[in-house]
Write a protein of this length. Structure first.
Lengths: 113, 114
């Protein structure tokens, strides 16, 4: 089944404890992106990648890192999480090098205490 | 640059009534436009997309949207609401085939009244 898989789905952590949210897609998509969803703010793009080793900032990149060492994986790294990063995170992918029709993962709900 | 405005963060309609969710966009280039739906505890799914072909776009589950360049609008409609349509709907815009970003609206939560 064609899908985007995120893990973990739910996580509660404490301020400053590094964490990684993994994202993997099995559709050979070139474009991948991370979004955060907050009430009243919709989806905001954190980082995106148009190909292996190519990443760029979205609208809200502060406090996050990403890497794209393999085409299928695009992990989101929070080096020192803070409470304002409590949110619902979505990974998405799209065929081609530009953003077109996105396939979304099921989401990762992160709480930072 | 692109932007999207969805009018109404919450919309309530009776079962069987017309659904109308409003979306206005701004784009400096011919846009691609999308509607996505998010059911509770799930990711977003594509409902339909406009990519400069027919201005009336038909999507899944009986939804359709009409691209109106003069009004910079891309409103989503369904003739008869069903209880299963209760979800959050997002309008999105990208700058066509040369753009690497999709901008989402803030979403409209659709409530279906029995």
């Amino acid at each position: 089944e064609a899908q985007v898989t995120q893990n973990p789905r739910y996580l509660i952590t404490v301020t400053g404890k590094k964490l990684t949210v993994t994202c993997s897609q099995n559709m050979n998509h070139e474009y991948m992106s991370w979004y955060r969803q907050d009430p009243g703010l919709g989806l905001r793009q954190i980082y995106y990648s148009m190909n292996v080793e190519v990443t760029d900032k979205g609208d809200v990149p502060e406090g996050y890192k990403v890497s794209r060492k393999e085409k299928r994986n695009f992990p989101l790294i929070l080096e020192s999480p803070s409470p304002n990063q409590t949110s619902l995170y979505f990974c998405a992918s799209s065929p081609g090098r530009v953003a077109n029709v996105l396939t979304f993962g099921a989401g990762s709900r992160l709480t930072v205490l | 640059a692109q932007s999207v405005t969805q009018l109404g963060s919450h919309v309530s309609v009776s079962e069987g009534a017309l659904v109308l969710l409003r979306c206005n966009y701004s784009s400096s280039v011919p846009p691609y436009l999308f509607w996505y739906v998010q059911y509770p505890n799930q990711g977003l799914q594509l409902l339909l997309k406009y990519t400069s072909a027919a201005t009336l776009v038909k999507g899944i589950n009986g939804f359709e949207a009409e691209f109106k360049k003069s009004e910079t609008s891309f409103h989503l409609t369904k003739p008869s609401a069903h209880m299963s349509d209760a979800a959050e709907y997002f309008c999105a815009v990208s700058g066509g085939s040369s753009n690497d970003k999709i901008i989402f609206g803030k979403g409209t939560r659709l409530h279906i009244l029995p």
